[in-house]
Unconditional design. Structure first.
Length: 381
């Protein structure tokens, strides 16, 4: 049986990537430091997914095991040495911490003479995730390892989309997911184009698709969260029942459509339909998605190339409206959550420093006009 190594045994890893790999006939080694999940995977070798829809069908994923990379890094290296595919769903900030293990796995393949091409896919909410992971891995490769990787190891970029809400169950492996899922992979950097997964969409140019997803789903979801939090909502569903919140989300998506049509020549009608589907996903009555989950790490989400500032910059460059996105940014700067490190850090910065200085520090913007616009929106709240 084909073997996969997947970094990240959390809800996305099990509830999305794991399901696809299982459906494609892979044995899956989940790599994580969560002892409870890793131990359960090894005891049972199977787990259950519930789809949040009418009937709430269940999917049994089998042929799985766990490796604790903190305790047994050598087992991760050995697994990569014989894997047919490697995937990640651990969060962009964690990718550098697994790079050395992946590098050792690549060199272990070289040592045993495994020249079967291997693709390593970072399935993260970021543009160029696999490119970034590749750069981090290269830092840990020897000269011979770099030459081997150049010939036999691919890092194709990918875009993933599935809502998996924060959840807690007596069974640590059980996970609830929305019915919709989309996984798009760019073929240009694949080393093993013969290994293509069913229910995964392969394209020659990923950038339009990843921006469609990042600017539509991520920007829309975060807008619902930060605007909803401003008006006192606790869940995304509750948030979208508030007329002002829903209106703001729809207006943000309208601005995003203008950008995507102008930049990538998407069909506007098809894109409008896609955005309607997104709203129905956010309003799925079978999913209770806490605002605290969607709104976490606000400093990262206010970043220069992230879901708000990047489309704002690009809309401004094209002379297109970005006022609703600006309003969302203002709401984001007011977000508070005592349990979220970045939310606490952001509010502390706002107390300690002048507002414009904080906005510049967080967004990394140099455009003084845009900085002034953001400051004015925040002060108007």
């Amino acid at each position: 049986m084909k073997k996969a190594v997947h970094f990240g045994a959390g809800n996305i890893g099990r509830g999305f990537i794991g399901e696809i790999l299982f459906e494609n006939g892979f044995e899956i080694a989940f790599v994580d430091v969560n002892e409870k999940i890793i131990d359960a995977l090894n005891v049972r070798g199977t787990y259950e997914i519930e789809v949040a829809e009418e009937g709430q069908r269940h999917i049994i994923v089998s042929g799985v095991r766990g490796i604790n990379n903190a305790k047994h890094p050598e087992k991760v290296v050995a697994a990569i040495a014989e894997a047919s595919i490697v995937t990640t769903a651990i969060g962009p900030n964690i990718l550098p911490f697994i790079a050395e293990l992946i590098a050792k796995g690549i060199e272990a393949r070289q040592a045993i003479g495994n020249t079967t091409p291997l693709d390593i896919l970072a399935c993260e909410n970021m543009i160029g995730g696999s490119d970034f992971l590749n750069q981090e891995v290269q830092k840990h490769l020897s000269e011979d390892g770099l030459a081997f990787a150049k010939d036999y190891i691919g890092f194709p970029n990918s875009a993933v989309d599935r809502i998996v809400p924060a959840q807690s169950h007596d069974d640590p492996l059980f996970v609830i997911v929305e019915p919709f899922n989309e996984w798009v992979v760019e073929t240009n950097h694949m080393k093993n184009p013969d290994l293509k997964l069913e229910n995964v969409h392969y394209v020659t140019d990923l950038e339009p698709f990843i921006e469609r997803k990042l600017f539509s789903v991520n920007s829309g979801h975060a807008t619902a969260a930060y605007t909803g939090a401003y008006y006192g909502a606790k869940t995304i569903l509750e948030s979208l029942k508030h007329a002002t919140v829903r209106s703001n989300v729809e207006a943000v998506l309208a601005e995003i459509r203008c950008l995507l049509v102008n930049k990538w020549d998407f069909d506007e009608s098809a894109l409008a339909d896609y955005h309607k589907v997104i709203l129905t996903r956010f309003e799925n009555p079978f999913i209770v998605d806490d605002i605290s989950r969607v709104a976490r790490t606000p400093i990262r989400k206010l970043g220069f190339d992230e879901r708000f500032i990047r489309p704002i910059r690009e809309l401004k460059e094209r002379g297109l409206s970005y006022q609703q996105l600006l309003q969302t940014v203002a709401y984001t700067f007011t977000y508070t959550d005592a349990t979220d490190e970045q939310a606490v850090q952001l509010q502390n910065l706002l107390v300690q420093k002048p507002l414009k200085e904080v906005v510049k520090e967080v967004t990394h913007l140099a455009d003084q006009e845009l900085l002034d616009e953001i400051v004015a929106k925040i002060e108007a709240n």
